[in-house]
Design a protein around this ligand. Structure first.
Ligand SMILES: [Fe+2]
Ligand SMILES: [Fe+2]
Length: 388
């Protein structure tokens, strides 16, 4: 291929050589570069330049009103392109996006997550678009001043539930963040989607903190049961297993919890808050389910990784903790509307029903991911009593 470089009356100097440098940089080995110039005395300088750079000076021709200097690129090609549909991200892409033409010897980031199979989800671009369209502002979307005061026991229950929710939201923020920088940008839609998830979780943390503050109590107790459950989730180092535990098992269960809280909430702003958070969570669950479903379809043996992650976590949690009693009592007071014997007993029964519903819905989600019913039932049952 021949490239043409019209230098007209540009003298030999910084600009001239910058353009020549770039012409050689982008040319393929064997391509020729024709420089058109008004000057007829460039030959010896160009010969030296080509010798220095490992290129060739071919010839000089006098044309009408100008001179053509023909050079040839002999050095190796500087750039590489990547096939758009690779299952394994190319290491040479460095930190550049999919579709890029990368200069050879770009730094190798050693991205640990470079298999499409373990990251991808269908509709990932649509999910990202949906996430953008569904953004809400925790300061202005909720009418904070319209939240009434409740009986002290109910206020405490709300503050305690918020504390628990914030801790879980922190975990949902830190886990994708932990993996994000390990994902090759060859699969750019995934880091972009995870960024939107992280943004959602930050908003949930903000909103639940604001609701805790609206009780005039602020955040309350962080219990060991919640801490240990979330720690066991954070420790999971396999991306697919973490996606499964967080997005499907954890956030899936959270959708049921947020619906329950929305239904039981005694005031409209709080109902709206749970509703908005739940809609965000539904997108996170959808990503996890699509991700796991595709990964299992391409390699059904991956179920062993998922199964192992759930059961290992159960063994750990069985040893160290049980149900979060503070949370369960707070949920019962919240659902029952108070702490009188009748109210709390009614609330407690509602919470028991919620737990059964969570387990059944979890099983359903697992089956939807392609897990056989018996195993889905077993895994759902083995899920942490902390809900996430
Ligand atoms: Fe969240
Ligand atoms: Fe989430």
């Amino acid at each position: 291929m021949q490239h043409s470089l019209n230098c007209d009356n540009i003298p030999l100097g910084k600009l001239f050589f910058l353009r020549l440098e770039n012409a050689f940089l982008l040319a393929d080995t064997g391509d020729t570069i024709e420089i058109l110039s008004r000057f007829d005395n460039l030959e010896s300088e160009l010969i030296s330049y080509c010798r220095l750079k490992g290129e060739s000076f071919v010839h000089k021709t006098a044309l009408k009103g100008c001179f053509a200097y023909l050079l040839r690129k002999d050095s190796i090609q500087n750039f590489m392109t990547f096939s758009p549909e690779l299952a394994l991200a190319p290491r040479e892409i460095g930190l550049a996006p999919h579709g890029v033409v990368a200069q050879k010897a770009s730094p190798d980031y050693h991205f640990a997550l470079n298999h499409k199979d373990e990251l991808w989800s269908k509709n990932v671009s649509k999910m990202y678009e949906d996430a953008k369209a569904a953004q809400w502002n925790a300061t202005s979307a909720i009418e904070w001043s319209a939240i009434p005061d409740f009986a002290p026991k109910v206020e405490f229950a709300i503050a305690q539930i918020m504390t628990y929710l914030i801790e879980n939201e922190l975990s949902a923020l830190y886990i994708p963040a932990k993996f994000l920088a390990q994902i090759s940008p060859y699969f750019l839609p995934i880091p972009m989607l995870l960024s939107s998830i992280i943004g959602d979780e930050a908003r949930h943390i903000e909103a639940f903190t604001k609701r805790a503050n609206a009780t005039h109590l602020g955040v309350q107790y962080s219990t060991l049961t919640t801490q240990q459950s979330l720690f066991s989730l954070f420790k999971e180092s396999n991306y697919l297993a973490a996606s499964f535990l967080l997005h499907i098992m954890g956030e899936g269960t959270f959708i049921d919890l947020l619906k329950f809280l929305e239904d039981c909430a005694p005031d409209l702003p709080t109902k709206k808050l749970f509703n908005l958070a739940r809609k965000d969570e539904a997108r996170h669950v959808a990503y996890g389910m699509n991700n796991v479903k595709m990964a299992l379809l391409s390699n059904p043996h991956r179920i062993e990784i998922l199964k192992d992650s759930v059961l290992r976590r159960k063994v750990y949690l069985d040893e160290v903790s049980g149900e979060s009693t503070l949370l369960l009592e707070s949920l019962a007071v919240f659902a029952g509307g108070g702490d009188s014997a009748i109210e709390i007993a009614r609330g407690f029964e509602m919470v028991e029903n919620l737990k059964a519903k969570m387990e059944a819905n979890r099983t359903k989600r697992l089956v939807e991911c392609g897990i056989d019913e018996e195993l889905a039932f077993e895994l759902s049952k083995a899920h942490t009593p902390n809900f996430m």
